[in-house]
Ligand binder design. Sequence first.
Ligand code: GLU
Ligand code: ZN
Length: 311
Amino acid sequence: MVWRTRFAPAPTGYLHLGHVVNALHVWGLARAFGGDVLLRIEDHDRTRCRDEYEAALLDDLDWLGFAPDIGSTDSFRASRRGRAHASPHAQRQSDNDARYAAALATLTECGLTYVCTCTRRDVARHAARAPGEEPRYPGTCRDAQHADADSLARRVRIPDSEALFEDGRLGLLRQSPAEQCGDVLVRDRHGQWTYQFAVVVDDMAHRIDVAIRGEDLLASTGRQLRLAALLGRERPLRWWHHPLLVHADGRKLSKANHDTSIRERRAAGAHAAGLLGEAAFLSGLLPAARDLSIDELPALFQSRVTPFSGS
Ligand code: GLU
Ligand code: ZN
């Protein structure tokens, strides 16, 4: 059976080598093991997303040779952002307000959400974590019964139990979302849907079977599994977290790093096969940098992994 994965960039900047690493894994695993790739533009955060970045990322995907099976780059160009009903051929989170509101209503009807009036600073002050550790929401408003309003933040009660999941590359993992982050924010104080909520709702709506993404998102997996279960997802999403890009000296590449922007590399005369090979090398998919063609992707994965059979 054909399974489905997604490439889900946020248009908050130009595509960079880290996105290319992710695309190599998404398309590589899909092409090697019979999956389809859906393109979803994750523009739920309207304060940071720009149309110009979306246009640039569509253009860069074409230039690199990554062609989605569902949601062609042309279908995105042809559809306008911000319409009431999303086009089935061009999925943008900014079109999905009604979908997120319905999902929130379902949780609220089951008594699973509550209004939270805490500021980010309140949460940080109460959390008292080690430096660098994620702040944990201490549950201040859980039983406060604040009056509801669309302009107020809402959280979902996260059950105090372990989330167990099998990662295609890392094996069996366990996380305790209640310990890591506490009750998850689904909508913030400005009425914005959060990444955690939007991604779970959309993965269900788009019938995604497998999420292939960087290890920087690994900490979110347990809470996303919990949220999906609360929303009634029957077959949990399956996961493949890939290594992030590292410099030859072991430093992680920062997303803001301009020398990795595909735009600038193109302007400086880079060619697509060279960039694909460089990204493959920097993420451990090739033993040395060389030109890499899109058609070679399946071969990079066939030998080293178990397929997502029965997904
Ligand atoms: N939109 C997310 C990002 O750009 C990826 C979504 C996901 O894989 O969960 O980091
Ligand atoms: Zn609160």
